[in-house]
Design a protein around this ligand. Sequence first.
Ligand code: NAD
Length: 260
Amino acid sequence: MLKGKAAIVTGSTSGIGLGIARSLAGAGADILLNGFGEPDAIEALRADLAAEFGVRVAYDGADMSDPGQVRAMVDGCAARFGSVDVIVNNAGIQHTASVEEFPTDRWDAVIAINLSAVFHGTAAAIPHMRRAGWGRIINIASAHGLVASVNKSAYVAAKHGVVGLTKVTALELSGTDITCNAICPGWVLTPLVQKQIDALAAREGIAEPEARLRLLSEKQPSGQFTTPEQLGGVALFLCSPAADNIRGVSLPVDGGWTAQ
Ligand code: NAD
């Protein structure tokens, strides 16, 4: 379905981004990986993905907290692959503290990476998509783009911002074949969430499996984590012709979290 198209997935050296990159590569897209990690591990990831799916895979280590690097990464994808057909704005970080104790530098970092990078990546990708006459902008928001939790002010503000930005982008592109939508995962067992499980276990003096269950049962009625593979499938669906007229939605994949 995506043969001959090029997809950027930000924050794809780990977790959800990697699951989505694998899914798009499986559909034939050339992939620009992005994210942090050990250079050798990233190179192994890049080479394995290319070999497994028979697509071109490149890596750009742009720091999503730097607008210039975000925009240069997008233009670099077009220079390398000839187009930017899909951008999945996925990179994200978390920091937990009450509003009154939230460190300013952590607020700035969460807003820069989780929200502003989505704006810069989108703005840089649109001209390439207009030239091609087709495009898919997929923003990875969160259940926290739709509802709040305590101690996550920056994350919740950023993700609500992504939901709003998704709607504006979709409206501005409504007369074109470029769509913009957001996916709102609930809990997905990735390094980002494992840190929160470990912190809960330490804080409550409980074992890790119990902390996992408690985290899930607080929010996610299905009692199951969403997987990166499932989110890859949802991203692929948003790239399909069936989704041509899905515009500006924020699709929860959250085990019922936001249905409550
Ligand atoms: P993760 O920690 O496994 O992966 C995050 C990725 O972003 C990594 O590749 C990391 O290197 C990259 N990254 C971090 N800072 C970066 C920067 N400054 N520049 C470039 N890359 C950077 O996290 P994840 O759980 O896979 O999260 C991915 C996205 O999904 C995030 O936007 C997160 O908010 C969102 N999300 C996660 C969950 C969950 O339960 N895990 C739920 C809802 C939404």
